[in-house]
Write a protein that binds this ligand. Structure first.
Ligand SMILES: [Zn+2]
Length: 295
């Protein structure tokens, strides 16, 4: 039956922020975001549709050319960049939005943070009501094939999930696995550091996927072994530089030197801002630190 199932990836460009520059003078552009279309003969499931009207338009046009009926839109985790445009796409296709209960809770938190965080630097985000629903056993079907939402815990956000498609040997990994893009390190602030994220990667590996679609990538292909190894190595390097580089700017510069081809330097800088910001005496107010790191 596998020959009736396939997948394709659409990579949407990240939007520019409305103000400011990175410390090296570059524009503040968000990482590219990957949406995966898992398709049967007539029906399809779409993942993580992005967060701006421009991205929604580009994705809708791409999907419309595929001649399939999108039944469900799966959101892998609560970060707004993966789903603020979901309702627009769901309306367009008459689709249901699906996520784990943990992700739905995180979506509400991100929606509540829009005014303070997202809307201060992006002018193109549509209304984003949380209309996602959970599904029994975190499992949905596409023309008889099972698609499983797998809870993996904290990565660059709490309550992360991946979408496992056993019949394709595929994992759609959201922010658990990255591919040629800077990983957001601003959420790993607990005493265990990147420990929970490493545990989550092991849970993905245990699914024995052949292909992994990373949520943020620069189109280097979907090989599971390589993307898992790259994500682990990045955490090792980040951990070392966070320990040895005295300032956020030193960390930012060192990471760019180590990963000159990676997309998402805005995400690199924001993550550094949070990691170094919480070390300051004023860093006790984590919300303030996070907001200023993104602006
Ligand atoms: Zn993300």
């Amino acid at each position: 039956m596998t020959d009736q199932l396939g997948y394709e990836v659409f990579l949407n460009q990240g939007p520019l922020q409305t103000t400011g520059l990175l410390p090296n003078g570059e524009l503040r552009r968000f990482s590219p975001i990957a949406s995966t279309l898992i398709r049967g003969r007539k029906q399809a499931v779409l993942t993580d549709p992005g967060f701006t009207i421009t991205q929604a338009d580009a994705l809708a046009e791409w999907v419309a050319g595929k001649d399939v009926d999108v039944t469900d839109i799966v959101i892998t985790h609560g970060h707004g960049d993966h789903w603020f445009a979901a309702d627009v796409l769901a309306d367009w296709f008459g689709a249901r939005i699906v996520a784990s209960p943990g992700t739905i809770a995180q979506m509400h938190a991100n929606a509540a943070a829009r005014r303070l965080l997202w809307d201060t630097v992006y002018d193109d985000i549509p209304p984003s009501p949380v209309t996602a629903v959970p599904v029994p056993d975190n499992t949905l079907t596409l023309e008889g094939h099972e698609l499983r939402i797998v809870d993996v815990g904290q990565t660059d956000i709490d309550d992360s999930t991946v979408l496992h498609v056993p019949d394709l040997g595929l994992v759609v990994a959201g922010d658990v696995i990255y591919n040629g893009a800077h990983q957001y390190v601003g959420s790993a602030l607990g005493p265990d550091g990147f420990g929970p994220w490493r545990d989550a990667i092991a849970k993905v590996e245990a699914l024995r996927p052949r292909r992994i679609v990373a949520g943020h990538q620069n189109r280097l292909g979907d090989d599971a072994v390589r993307t898992i190894a790259g994500t682990r190595r990045y955490l090792d390097v980040a951990e070392e530089f966070l320990r040895t580089k005295p300032t956020a700017l030193d960390y930012f510069t060192a990471m760019i030197e180590r990963y000159p081809d990676y997309a998402g330097r805005l995400i690199l800088w924001a993550g550094a801002g949070v990691q170094y910001g919480v070390r300051e005496p004023s860093g006790i107010d984590r919300l303030k630190v996070v907001v200023s790191a993104w602006q």
